[in-house]
Design a protein around this ligand. Structure first.
Ligand code: GLN
Length: 202
């Protein structure tokens, strides 16, 4: 089974640990450049992207992360992690940088103007290989949305209904995957399993 690191600077690291262990991977925490070099793939958890960026810079992880992503390491970012994997941010703090890799612009705290946290169904047709997949019951907490998608990236899912209907909340670029919601909090491992399959193909 693949060894999948979880960037353990800040955020919901333990929840990803549990989901990865249930999904056929060996999860390990990554805080140092040497630990990053030892993993097959990386999860960037939900949390707060401004803090995660500052800690990644302080721990001298930003450049090593960019290098491994550029060299083809699979990565999966959720919420703050989606922001970290996006090439461009709107409404970041002054000087906020990302690791990048996915050719999208994300808008930070986008839904928060209406409501901080909510749950919504997200169709999983592009992720769950079963013939008629049930929608994913997704948890959004001060989430970003994907404002625009460049030529390199692919939309995997949009919110199905409600005030946020149509907003892009899951994207992929090759073996990089990102969701605006928190699959680590949902008790539904289908998205983690999809990622573990991507890692095995790599
Ligand atoms: N609002 C947070 C950020 O900007 C993301 C929230 C989350 O990960 N739940 O990073």
């Amino acid at each position: 089974e693949p060894t999948i690191g979880i960037l353990a600077l800040q955020g919901d690291v333990r929840e990803h640990h549990r989901m990865l262990a249930e999904s056929g991977a060996k999860p390990v925490n990554v805080r140092r450049p040497e630990e990053l070099l030892a993993v097959d793939a990386l999860v960037v958890p939900g949390g707060e992207s401004t803090t995660m960026f500052k800690l990644a810079a302080a721990f001298e992880l930003l450049e090593p992360l960019r290098k491994r992503v550029a060299a083809g390491m699979p990565a999966f970012g959720t919420c703050a992690g989606m922001i970290m994997l996006a090439d461009r941010i709107q409404d970041g703090i002054e000087g906020q940088q990302t690791v990048g890799g996915i050719d999208v612009t994300v808008r930070r705290n986008a839904f928060g103007r209406q409501v901080d946290s909510f749950e919504a169904d997200v169709p999983l047709d592009a992720i769950d290989p079963s013939p008629q997949p049930l929608p994913y019951h997704a948890v959004f907490i001060r989430a970003p949305w994907v404002e625009s998608v460049g030529a390199g990236a692919e939309v995997l899912a949009r919110v199905a209904s409600g005030p946020a209907a149509g907003r892009i909340v899951a994207v992929r670029q090759g073996r990089l995957l990102a969701t605006a919601f928190h699959p680590e909090l949902a008790g539904d491992a289908r998205i983690h399993r999809f990622f573990v399959e991507l890692v095995k193909e790599a």
